[in-house]
Design a protein around this ligand. Structure first.
Ligand code: ZN
Length: 332
């Protein structure tokens, strides 16, 4: 059996494109690695944020739909997206949250058995997406974007840490993680079961929280659309795809997303999963030093560029921020 290699990216729904850009590139200091359109709906943006090159495991992507109705976290969703930092960076992030007037909970220490301590701050983006910054020793091995104004490399976010799936009854979801995707169960604490793939460090972790009786999630702004798991190449992708098909989960054919190749399927608990290849990556259509500066279109839409550019709302990369910014306030 072939296993996936942890999280490739998380894709969520946002409302205002400029606010989304200000939060993820400005406040969190992720690199804006690709401005493109939703390949299935080219009149709307698709934003990608990550480390310097948008390496698999560092990527958060958004469909910013102006005026999108707010969704609601609930079962059948990836409800929480956790970002990794070095343990020593937690106080920097608390200070930054305070300075931007943002609500947060923490820091709390979670011990997943033994010495494997995590220092966690919980907060939300402007649309209500549940986020965590997690200080963990393993973040040392992950890359960071060093170009964010006001955020040094020692404080910078180092990719995704984990995702938390809220499940009505986690058993069927857990079976897919283990039997079909090759995750291994690590431990259970406070009703949350943790699974890992690959080296088991930040970026390879999935928590399944069974909250039976809790209302099902509603898709909309502030909710995760899908989580993508890493597959190293096209061959492994096809092998994992056939494992998914054998589990009667009806995977899509391989779809070319230009920056990676994708297969989608819905796990029995209701969460949309994707298998995404590590290559070719975001430097396929613009140089690494210019990532995110121009609107990049897949070839099938290039002839419509003028019309698409006229439809999309104008955006600008956030300027270096040193003072509190009203647009950053989270209202809930
Ligand atoms: Zn995706």
């Amino acid at each position: 059996m072939k296993s996936v290699h942890g999280i490739h990216h998380v894709t969520a729904i946002a409302s205002d494109p400029q606010r989304n850009l200000a939060f993820y590139a400005g406040f969190l200091g992720l690199r804006f690695v690709k401005r493109t359109v939703n390949f299935d709906d080219p009149q709307t943006y698709h934003f990608y944020f990550g480390d310097e090159v948008g390496a698999p495991g560092s990527i958060l992507t958004f469909f910013p739909w102006p005026g999108a109705r707010r969704g609601r976290q609930g079962t059948g969703q990836v409800a929480v997206t956790s970002l990794a930092v070095l343990p020593g960076a937690i106080s920097f992030w608390i200070e930054r949250l305070v300075r931007y007037g943002m609500k947060f909970v923490g820091p709390n220490t979670r011990r997943h058995g033994g010495s494997d301590a995590e220092h966690v701050i919980e907060f939300k983006d402007d649309d209500g997406l549940l986020l965590e910054i997690v200080g963990h020793e393993g973040a040392e091995a992950r890359s960071a974007w060093r170009g964010a104004p006001g955020i040094s490399a020692e404080h910078a976010i180092r990719g995704l840490h984990a995702v938390t799936i809220w499940a009505d009854a986690g058993a069927s979801t857990e079976r897919v993680l283990v039997d079909t995707l090759g995750f291994r169960p690590l431990r259970e604490q406070d009703g949350i079961r943790r699974f890992a793939s690959g080296d088991g460090g930040p970026g390879t972790l999935v928590d399944v929280r069974s909250i039976g009786g809790f209302p099902a999630g509603v898709s909309g702004a502030g909710t995760v659309h899908h989580v993508a798991w890493r597959v190293p190449d096209d061959d492994v992708q096809l092998e994992v795809r056939s494992q998914v098909a054998a589990a009667m989960l009806q995977p899509t054919p391989v779809i070319d997303r230009d920056y990676f190749h994708s297969v989608y399927f819905r796990e029995p608990g209701g969460v949309l999963f994707e298998l995404a290849t590590d290559s070719p990556g975001f430097a396929i259509d613009e140089p690494v030093e210019r990532l995110g500066e121009r609107l990049m279109l897949p070839s099938q839409y290039e002839r419509m560029r003028t019309r698409i550019e006229a439809t999309l709302p104008p955006i600008h990369l956030p300027a270096p921020v040193s003072a509190p910014n009203q647009a950053m306030t989270i209202d809930d």
